[in-house]
Design a protein around this ligand. Structure first.
Ligand code: GLY
Length: 588
């Protein structure tokens, strides 16, 4: 009995111990979760709360500012500058944070272009565009009959170029002041402790859930549930990847476990990126495009982006026509600017590609004489035709994201970065938690065959191992009298150069504020197809007048999300985020 009794007592005691243990564990979980919710996000910047934040569309700051596609990424950049960092520090922290809070285009699995002007006038252009893997070949996206298989250059790992973003940021760090580890830390915290998602992000993740599951070898943080605005997104695998970069630098991404995971993911959907491709990837320093327009000095990105050349061509083509007298988005100004767009984009298709593989006649294309020659058959008020206007004879995606930073010293940074399509090829690298790009579609998979953006190309942009696909990304800076003035850019695939062109004309010729110029409805002509795309709020009177002249005009949803910063005459940094997205400004 005693024995039995003692057994019973022991059992009871055991049960109680288990219950107590369970209770303690439960209590600990509650405390940890409460702590996580209440934990100040930054040790040094307790004001940033990833569970409660707002979009700020425009504000002027005394010292420094950031404008990006997500409020938290902008706040991180601004906080880093308040910590003593410069515009380069802020740009690095913003890019890594965007990879967490804006997964549709912010990235570590994609590439981009970093354009900067240091306060001392030095220009820096870092090309961290993706490159074709060693096993890529010219006809890799054609079937046996020679027809393009577009799903292969858009969907799954087969669409992925070698990612460049991590090298891009580590190269940018040469110009920064703070330790790299400190600049990656905010992104790690956002991934690890989570952040509240916006309605736009919830919709985006839900709409791609089936594609994420189909294209990836394993479920991911994005596919855990149906999302709604206000939910918290935790990305522990991405946090672990960012920690590897934080601890090991380049080797944390391009070698070791992260590289192994990328290469493993290739097997699921016919990808060809190898460990060797990853280890050999190098960023390139490019000489920026520079030109003048009506007293402003414009600096933009050179090939393999077409953006800088195209905006130089278009601004030079319209310069003699006194666009300032024609009004913004009127039939007179739009038809002039469309004819400049037609000519520049015809040249893009024929003459532009990776300059390491194709001789791009940059000097001629951006010369005054060439612009004059290209416009000599322009008749004001008469609709041109892309059958007649071909590329000039010379002798020598819609998802991407842009952010701008200007610091206290006057350093200006403009970065446009991308996975190409929204959420890239919809493949999340199993175990590593980040999305891969589908940038191979920006190559010309077959001469004359349009890519995702309807843009065609030829030999200049054919696929060659190691070559970088032609881009439209146009991070742009402006100076006046050798002093910093504007940092601007936008996503939007082939519409990007046109949006920047129209934004600059709105500011310089139509004297709009930065915010008004960014929000103004945009139009787009890219030579082929021979049609003008306009945003849904474009003036009806101009649409009707263009149609009456013989133009084909089609309404499209919206173009891009332009973000910029302008230094006002009192020295304040006027930052503006596009009305079209969650774009938000921050500064101090
Ligand atoms: N993927 C869009 C661009 O680079 O132009």
């Amino acid at each position: 009995m005693r024995k039995l009794g003692s057994q019973i007592i022991v059992m009871k005691f055991k049960l109680d111990k288990r219950k107590i243990a369970l209770l303690i564990v439960t209590l600990l979980c509650v405390v940890v979760s409460l702590f996580a919710q209440a934990q100040p996000f930054f040790k040094s910047h307790k004001s940033i709360n990833p569970y409660q934040y707002e979009v700020v569309k425009e504000k002027s700051f005394n010292n420094a500012a950031v404008t990006s596609a997500h409020p938290l990424a902008s706040m991180v950049g601004a906080a880093i500058m308040q910590d003593g960092g410069n515009a380069f520090d802020a740009a690095i922290a913003t890019q890594f944070s965007l990879a967490v809070v804006f997964p549709g285009a912010g990235n570590i699995g994609g590439g981009g272009f970093m354009l900067a002007r240091k306060a001392n006038g030095e220009l820096i252009g870092i090309d961290y565009r993706e490159a074709a893997p060693k096993n890529a070949s010219r006809d890799m996206y054609l079937d046996e009959k020679g027809n393009p298989i577009q799903s292969k250059s858009l969907d799954g790992a087969s669409a992925s170029g070698i990612p460049g973003s991590v090298t891009g940021m580590i190269s940018t760090h040469n110009y920064a002041k703070l330790p790299l580890a400190l600049l990656i830390e905010p992104a790690i915290e956002l991934a690890e402790y989570g952040f509240v998602i916006t309605e736009r992000e919830a919709k985006g993740l839900n709409s791609e859930k089936a594609n994420f599951l189909k294209n990836s070898s394993a479920p991911s943080a994005f596919t855990k549930r149906e999302w709604k605005s206000g939910d918290t997104l935790f990305q522990p695998e991405l946090a672990a990847t960012l920690k590897r970069i934080q601890q090991k630098g380049l080797a944390g991404f391009y070698e070791g476990p992260t590289a192994d995971m990328i290469v493993n993911e290739m097997k699921h959907s016919g990808g060809i990126i190898s460990l060797e491709d990853l280890k050999n990837y190098q960023p390139k320093f490019r000489k920026p495009i520079e030109f003048d327009y009506k007293g402003k000095h414009i600096i933009s990105f050179s090939p393999p982006s077409s953006g800088g050349i195209i905006i130089a061509q278009m601004l030079k083509m319209i310069e003699p026509f006194k666009v300032e007298t024609l009004g913004s988005n009127t039939i007179e100004s739009v038809s002039l600017m469309v004819e400049a767009q037609r000519r520049a984009y015809a040249d893009r298709a024929e003459h532009m590609g990776d300059p390491d593989f194709w001789k791009v006649p940059t000097k001629t294309l951006i010369s005054d004489a060439y612009a004059k020659d290209r416009m000599k058959d322009y008749v004001p008020g008469v609709a041109g035709s892309s059958k007649i206007t071909l590329a000039g004879q010379v002798h020598e995606s819609e998802q991407t994201t842009h952010f701008s930073v200007i610091d206290m010293e006057g350093n200006m940074v403009a970065i446009t970065t991308t996975l190409n399509d929204t959420y890239g090829n919809k493949t999340i690298v199993a175990g590593a938690g980040f999305l891969l790009n589908n940038e191979m579609d920006d190559f010309s998979v077959k001469p004359g065959v349009p890519n995702m953006y309807g843009a065609i190309g030829g030999e200049a942009n054919s696929i060659v191992p190691g070559k970088r696909m032609l881009s439209s990304m146009t991070p742009t800076l402006v100076t006046v009298d050798n002093k910093p003035y504007i940092s601007i850019g936008t996503p939007g695939g082939t519409t990007i150069p046109n949006q920047v062109f129209e934004g600059l004309v709105n500011i310089f010729d139509h004297k709009m504020s930065l915010k008004a110029a960014i929000d103004a409805p945009k139009f787009h002509h890219q030579w082929i197809p021979d049609a003008i795309g306009v945003e849904s709020d474009f003036p009806e009177a101009t649409i009707n007048a263009l149609k009456a002249k013989g133009y084909t005009v089609a309404k499209r949803g919206r173009f891009g999300r332009m973000d910029g910063i302008m230094i006002l005459s009192d020295g304040k940094r006027n930052a503006a985020g596009d009305k079209r997205g969650d774009d938000s400004v921050a500064g101090y």
